[in-house]
Design a protein around this ligand. Structure first.
Ligand code: MN
Length: 339
């Protein structure tokens, strides 16, 4: 009873706060397209980038704003990614008949040398001077970071720092092996006014930019089996001669119901993202790219994505006389929520 009352109080307060308070917390259309463009540019996915640029230009992002973001890509992902992304922007702008708003160019460079104002910018961005053993070990990288990235690039004032950080978080979240940099830029982003909800959205956008670029193709919405799934999944058939193989992509939080493969087992080859496999009465196993799961016939189980990650596996089975799948109850929010 108390719990119910509390829930309705919280909901009531959220409604009371209304649209304005909510609107400030989530990304607007321009921010979304900038995060999306940065993520695809970082991955080198020109097809995804192209659509993000079109959406962004339609939403009012200027050509010069996109140029700034895609130039900044090089500091985090290297010149090749940046050059290819800028080339895609050039093509898109041209195809649209050069009708898009050019927007402001950066103002004059600050006075003094870039190492000095870059150091100042870095301190302001992070909220404290940046030091560390690594920078003493390799002073050249410290100088380049300060003079070039935080000096030359961040002094270009036609894109504000919050937007630059939004793009940086999207880029870093789209790369692998840069967890500590991602973590520190999430802090920098929040220090520069990004809300928790906005950061969460950027991370979802970055995750999604990877899922839709999976090796074997994304496929179509899995409508045929939708009634046995919670959340949206996508199916790309790969083989059906002697062996059945399908690429299955789950959106964050999506999973199939408990089920049993009869007469013939199933093998899962994990391609991308993070997800779970669980057998009835056993703890769930975390799955990541490269993992293989052999599911014996007759074992009750489910598989699907983690709450905060897209997840893709290839499901393989051998068609056997009388083989079938017995679909059972959904994995409850309660069970899933505990993972
Ligand atoms: Mn299965």
């Amino acid at each position: 009873m108390m719990k119910k009352l509390l829930v309705s109080l919280v909901l009531g307060t959220m409604l009371f706060l209304g649209e304005n308070a909510m609107a400030q917390e989530v990304l607007n259309a321009k921010q979304k397209s900038i995060a999306t463009a940065a993520a695809y540019a970082a991955r080198g996915d020109q097809k995804g980038l192209r659509q993000a640029l079109i959406d962004g230009l339609d939403a009012g992002v200027t050509v010069n704003e996109f140029k700034e973001i895609l130039v900044q890509v090089y500091a985090y992902c290297g010149f090749p990614r940046s050059l290819n992304a800028l080339n895609t922007l050039m093509q898109v702008v041209d195809e649209r008949g050069n009708r898009d708003e050019q927007g402001a160019l950066p103002g004059a460079k600050p006075k003094g040398n870039s190492l000095d104002y870059g150091t100042e910018n870095q301190t302001k961005l992070v909220g404290a001077p940046v030091q560390g053993k690594l920078y003493a070990f390799a002073p050249a990288i410290d100088e380049f970071l300060k003079a070039h990235l935080f000096g030359d690039i961040f002094a270009r004032d036609n894109v504000d720092w919050q937007t630059r950080e939004l793009a940086t978080i999207a880029m870093l979240a789209s790369l692998t092996g840069v967890d500590s940099q991602l973590k520190s830029h999430i802090n920098v982003g929040k220090h520069n006014g990004l809300t928790d909800a906005q950061v969460k959205e950027v991370l979802e956008i970055a995750s999604e930019s990877g899922a839709k670029n999976v090796l074997f193709g994304f496929g179509a919405e899995n409508t045929a089996y939708a009634k046995y799934f919670v959340g949206q999944s996508y199916l790309q058939p790969l083989a059906n001669d002697g062996v059945n193989a399908s690429n299955v992509t789950f959106e964050p939080g999506a999973r199939n119901n408990w089920h049993i493969h009869r007469k013939s087992g199933q093998t899962l080859l994990v391609v991308a993202g993070r997800g779970y496999y669980q057998e009835w009465g056993k703890p769930a196993q975390v799955l990541k790219a490269g993992d293989v799961v052999s599911i014996p016939e007759g074992v009750k189980h489910w598989h699907g994505a983690a709450r905060d990650s897209w997840f893709t596996h290839i499901a393989i089975s051998v068609p056997t006389e009388g083989a079938s799948t017995e679909w059972l109850e959904a994995v409850s929010e309660d069970e899933y929520g505990k993972l």
